[in-house]
Each structure stands twice: as structure tokens, then as C-alpha cells.
Ligand binder design. Structure first.
Ligand code: FE2
Length: 337
């Protein structure tokens, strides 16, 4: 049996988890989420918050798993992509644990981890994947050793579009209330209105023009619920179109949705309908694993460690712009087993 402790700290969540190579695989899942009182995430405020909670989150994850740090075989840590100050906290904690206890260190790409946890939870082996979150909007699928990017946003990510609109419209933060994004809540009773652009260029989406148009309509007196409804409808439809093109182009038979926006019921429904039209299999992931967590880092680190992929603590440097298509994953077809 192999035990991996995973550490996540790329954005707003400091998460730690212990996973096992044998069922039940997920032994613990401890998290602290920083939520700003107003505005967006300021790295200089989140990093001290992470530093303060790091010790107790590691302790909690070990206790919940019923193991000690010495029982753990390796430490996996998300080294990017993400925000520098937060990444440095997770990397420092991981390097310290690895050095002090003499444990191998496994570097994990946060974007890869979002996809790998979705594959693990659904059992889908070789899907085309829509990864949508506050910092990412990408369609990827695996080919010849790596995830390849089929399409992505040309400007802001979809999650960022939703949060920025909510903030400017005065309905957030918090952006998520009882598992629902405030855009979903304010869309209730809304109707589709004209005046917002639907943009897919080639295989890529674009949302900044949509954001500008939505805010302009609001200023001119359009009803908030209509603007919310239309913004969401256009944004979701455009990413599903890119995903559909990717599915048709790659000939994959499985479809996944992952990342923070994967908690959206409507987006899951749209993708399910699209997948059915193509005779492909779509499986949703549980909402609690759509957002950032330590489990996804530990789960991605596990097969990497078993493959022998580790780095010296002194070489475990953060990479803020580490793209998903820069990561070699030779063990892809062996995981999930
Ligand atoms: Fe994430």
C-alpha cells in the first residue's frame, strides 16, 4: 500500500489530503478557503492566511486519515499554475516536510490534477475534457504522452467572467452561496435578451466583450435577472460548442467536465445533452470535488510517484504559468486502474 499526502495552494484554497493506492483511496480531505469580504482575490492577503492555517490543515488531514507523517510514502504538491505568493506557501510546506522527514517530493500540475480527479471519480479512461474555473477555460484531451489543448479562452476565463460581473453588478462576493453561483441565483426568472455577443473564434472562446456588453445593458436599465440569464446562457453555450467540436474532431467517446464551474447544474445538463447527441458517455463529478482541493493533488501524485517521478526539494520550484500541455504523463492509461 502506498500513501501520498497532497498539498494544494494555487489560489483561494489551502487543501491537504492523504490518499492510498488501495480502496478506500481517499482517506482525508481537509481545506480552508479564503473568501474576500469585497473585491477579488488579493494574493498578498491570501498568502498570510495560508501560512496561518497550513499547520492545522496538515495535522487535520493526517488525523482524519488515521496516519502519521512518517507513514506517508511521498509528498505531492501543486507547483503551478497559480498565484505566486500562495504557491510559495504550499511549496515551502511541502519542501520542509520532504526534507525533514526524508520523503520523496512529487511535483503536480494543478490543471492536470483537475482532470485526473475527474477521471478517477468517474472511471472514464480517455475523455475529452472541459476544464472551467476562475482561472481557466480549456478543452483538453490526451494524445501521445500529454494533454493537448483543443481550445481555450482568448481573454478572461469563464469563472472570472461570472465573478467579475457579479462584483460589478453588486451581487457578490460571496460568489457562491449554498453551492450555487450568485449568477445562477440571479438568473432565476430571467429571460433571454438581445445585445450580448456570442464569440467562438476557431476553437477558442472569448468573454471580455460579453462582460462589457452585459455591464452596459445593466447600466442602461435592463433587468438584472435578464442580463444574468443571458450572460450565463451565452457563456455556457460557447464552451459547450468548443467541447462539441473537440469531441467530433478527436473521436473520443467520453466527456468530462471539471474545475470550479463544474458545480453548475445547468452546465452539466447542457453537456449531457450534447454528449448524448454524439453517442458519447458523459459522467458528472460530485460538486465537492469540482473546486480546488488536496485530494486531486494527492491522487495525481500517486501514479506519478509509483512511476518514479520525483524531484529534489531544492528543485521543486513554483511555476505560475505552467501549462497543462507542458506536462508529460506516461502513466496515463494505467490510471485510473
Ligand atoms: Fe483550480
Amino acid at each position: 500500500m502506498t500513501l501520498i499526502l497532497g498539498i494544494e495552494s494555487t489560489a483561494h484554497t489551502f487543501g491537504v489530503s492523504v490518499v492510498s493506492s488501495e480502496p478506500p483511496h481517499i482517506l482525508s480531505d481537509s481545506r480552508r478557503i479564503y473568501s474576500p469580504r469585497q473585491g477579488g482575490i488579493l494574493p498578498r492577503e491570501v498568502a498570510p492566511f495560508f501560512s496561518n492555517v497550513a499547520g492545522e490543515v496538515v495535522r487535520e488531514a493526517l488525523d482524519e486519515a488515521g496516519v502519521g507523517i512518517r507513514d506517508v510514502d511521498a509528498i505531492a504538491v501543486a507547483l503551478g499554475p497559480g498565484m505566486g505568493p500562495q504557491l510559495r506557501v504550499g511549496a515551502s510546506v511541502a519542501r520542509a516536510l520532504a526534507s525533514y522527514y526524508g520523503k520523496p517530493l512529487v511535483p503536480v500540475n494543478h490543471a492536470v490534477a483537475h482532470v485526473e480527479i475527474a477521471r478517477f471519480l468517474t472511471g472514464l479512461r480517455d475523455p475529452i475534457v472541459l476544464y472551467v474555473a476562475g482561472g481557466n477555460t480549456t478543452v483538453v484531451s490526451y494524445s501521445e504522452g500529454r494533454y493537448r489543448v483543443f481550445g481555450e479562452t482568448l481573454d478572461i476565463p469563464l469563472g472570472n467572467l461570472q465573478d467579475t460581473f457579479a462584483r460589478e453588478a453588486g451581487i457578490g462576493p460571496p460568489y457562491v452561496v449554498e453551492g450555487k453561483h450568485v449568477i445562477d441565483i440571479c438568473s432565476e426568472g430571467g429571460e433571454f435578451i438581445e445585445g450580448m455577443p456570442y464569440i467562438v473564434k476557431g476553437q477558442d472562446s472569448s468573454f471580455s466583450g460579453l462582460l462589457t456588453a452585459a455591464l452596459r445593458l445593466l447600466k442602461k436599465g435592463s433587468r438584472l435577472q435578464d442580463v444574468c440569464f443571458t450572460l450565463r446562457e451565452i457563456a455556457y453555450s460557447s464552451v459547450v460548442e468548443v467541447l462539441e467540436r473537440g469531441l467530433a474532431h478527436t473521436g473520443k467517446r467520453e466527456v468530462l467536465l471539471t474545475g470550479g464551474v463544474a458545480a453548475s447544474k445547468l452546465l452539466n445538463e447542457k453537456i449531457e445533452v450534447m454528449a448524448k447527441l454524439h453517442g458519447a458517455l458523459f459522467k458528472p463529478i460530485p460538486g465537492k470535488y469540482s473546486g480546488d482541493n488536496g485530494v486531486m493533488i494527492a491522487l495525481t501524485g500517486l501514479p506519478a510517484y509509483l512511476w518514479g517521478y520525483t524531484v529534489e526539494p531544492s528543485k521543486a520550484l513554483i511555476r505560475q504559468r505552467w501549462r497543462i500541455d507542458q506536462v508529460d504523463i506516461p502513466w496515463y492509461y494505467e490510471f485510473p486502474r
